[in-house]
Write a protein that binds this ligand. Structure first.
Ligand code: ARG
Length: 581
């Protein structure tokens, strides 16, 4: 139980005593520490409802409240209850956290299943920096949801079926180098795709040939199917390498093609149930006119006023679309996987697509808690969309390689004594950690500027700073040179820096669930930075190894807990911690 939950339940008991019925109190961390650690406006809210004096009600609550040994409480202003946790309460809470592998975090997700759809690159197209955002944010949200007790299914809905295969098939048959394919399959497929793509621009007959290849594939032509399968297979191997480097795992890879067989039946069902109708030969889902136009994803405003904005689920030529597949996917996830929630970590440009899918699915009776967790673009340091010098989108692999190289430089300057093998491993952990942290510390909806020096700085709001803070703590224990059992230590908090550190450590279990309220990993990154700063102030003000017992053990125990929270917190962001750097 977190301290906040503890205060909440005591307040609830007091309210029930006074009001004679169960009442949920409001209480939150205080915005300003001068007022205390936690603040409740419950007396004001209730007094308004009952038309009584808020300060008098606050006093009544205070009189009924059992809080001895935990906090002091003051009534402030118009009727706020301000709670200051006692240092001994922080101390014993910190002791309990050292024995708790969950570090105080609750498990609100017990019994709930969430499917998280993230990463989902398109086969034979390079995974670009935009996919970084989906992969990193999605992976972190999956880790956090799992930690909070949710049963998470991470599903990589790769784009393994689509019009690009017309070009790839044509390229495979005419331009492919088997050697290059063996060396780097994604690179070779992308090269072939690009070459065909530009050929279609010069010569329209090439486009026709590609279309014919696609039609053959869709009709089940054996040769084309075999090539397609081979493409998927090698692409998956290539992608897997990137995921291994990023330490990202999926439970399933049910790509778009997995749903192909379900599409004809789906369209028939939509027609039978009156959920879709024909329009110019295509089958479309239209507005059901139940919403104000502004909120209706099937309406769009044009010069002449509000117009229909249907989603097509079968083209006039019989082809199916991205939307059809996504509807089949919703059904599968709800019927087969019994998902209570489905989260899609996909960029802002697909917002309308998801609003349409969610509404069509609801009308179809496939309701769940759907979330489109959108994000903005990544910009280069010139604030334009990030491109390489040749004007291409930057591939994810290039970014990761460069991150590791740059980290190696930073580390060799900082600690030239690390051995070659260890230095290489640490560079990997630091470089990739830096990229992930830079991503996760942004407000996901804003475009963010990718700046190497800023994300790798050892002093700054970065992963290397947090990793380095943890390394400093680990080095204290190396210097100690004897076993230390933090779980049996007695913690004594005297100096303000010690109390503040304990206060922040106690917040870990409160902060993590907040991340999922609005899918904002940056709440956790901010918390960890604040914690690391508090640790450094503590370490400056409170000598650890040079102090006498019982202070020494107490301080060592706080160091241990700080390290645990940093490692666990970074772990939830998908970032590892080196022992040394
Ligand atoms: N492959 C798509 C893209 O790269 C993303 C797929 C997202 N997931 C989904 N169920 N639509 O744009």
């Amino acid at each position: 139980m977190t301290l906040l939950q503890n205060l909440e339940s005591r307040l609830a008991t007091a309210l029930e005593t006074i009001l004679g019925e169960p009442t949920t109190p409001n209480i939150a961390p205080a915005a300003d520490l001068r007022f205390g650690d936690y603040q409740s406006n419950t007396a004001m809210v209730l007094a308004k409802r009952q038309k009584t004096n808020p300060r008098a009600l606050a006093q009544q609550i205070l009189d009924a409240l059992e809080i001895d040994g935990l906090a002091t409480v003051k009534i402030d202003g118009p009727g706020f209850l301000n709670f200051t946790i006692l240092p001994e309460a922080y101390a014993s809470y910190a002791e309990s956290l050292l024995k708790d592998p969950r570090l105080g975090a609750p498990e609100p997700g017990k019994g709930q299943r969430i499917v998280i759809d993230f990463s989902a690159p398109n086969v034979a197209k390079p995974m670009h920096v935009g996919h970084i955002r989906s992969t990193i944010i999605g992976d972190s949200l999956s880790r956090i949801a799992r930690f909070l007790g949710y049963d998470v299914i991470a599903d990589n809905h790769i784009g393994d079926w689509g019009t690009q295969f017309g070009m790839i098939l044509h390229g495979w048959k005419n331009l492919l180098s088997q050697e290059a394919l063996a060396a780097d399959p994604i690179k070779e497929l992308v090269r072939v795709y690009r070459e065909v793509n530009s050929a279609t621009k010069d010569d329209p007959s090439v486009l026709e040939t590609c279309k014919a290849e696609l039609v053959k594939l869709q009709a089940g032509d054996a040769e084309n199917l075999a090539i397609w399968e081979k493409c998927i297979e090698v692409s998956k191997l290539g992608l897997q390498k990137i995921y291994d480097k990023l330490d990202v795992k999926f439970d399933h890879w049910l790509g778009e093609s997995y749903y192909n067989d379900m599409l004809p039946g789906l369209v028939d069902e939509f027609l039978e149930k009156g959920l879709a109708r024909e329009s110019n030969g295509a089958i479309c889902v239209f507005s059901d006119e139940s919403k104000p136009e502004k909120q209706d994803p099937f309406k769009v405003h044009r010069e002449s006023g509000w117009m229909d904005n249907p989603t097509i689920i079968r083209k006039a030529d019989g082809g199916y679309l991205y939307a059809t597949t996504d509807l089949a996917t919703v059904k599968y996830r709800i019927d087969e996987w019994q998902a209570d929630q489905i989260w899609y970590v996909v960029g802002v440009p697909q917002e309308l697509h998801f609003r349409q899918i969610f509404e069509a699915a609801e009308r179809w009776g496939k309701s769940g808690n759907f979330q489109h967790i959108a994000f903005g673009s990544i910009l280069g340091e010139d604030r334009k969309l990030m491109k390489t010098r040749s004007g291409d989108n930057v591939g994810l692999t290039d970014v990761l390689e460069e991150a590791v190289e740059r980290a190696a430089k930073v580390i060799s300057e900082k600690n030239p004594d690390l051995s070659g093998a260890e230095a290489a491993e640490v560079s990997e952990i630091v470089g990739i950690g830096a990229v992930k942290f830079a991503e996760l510390s942004q407000n996901r909806l804003t475009d963010y500027v990718f700046a190497w020096d800023r994300m790798l700085a050892l002093q700054g709001d970065t992963a290397p700073y947090l990793q380095y803070s943890n390394v400093r703590i680990r080095s204290i224990f190396r210097k100690l040179n004897e076993e230390f059992d933090a779980t049996s230590a007695k913690i004594i908090l005297e100096k303000p820096e010690e109390i503040h550190l304990a206060r922040l450590l106690a917040r870990f279990g409160e902060v993590v669930p907040l991340v999922l309220e609005d899918f904002r990993p940056n709440l956790l990154t901010n918390y960890l930075l604040e914690l690391a700063r508090a640790f450094h102030s503590y370490f400056e003000a409170c000598p650890v190894l040079k102090s006498e017992e019982p202070t020494k053990s107490s301080r060592l125990a706080l160091c241990e807990l700080s390290s645990k929270v940093l490692e666990q917190g970074l772990g939830l962001l998908g970032i590892r911690c080196p022992e040394r750097m």
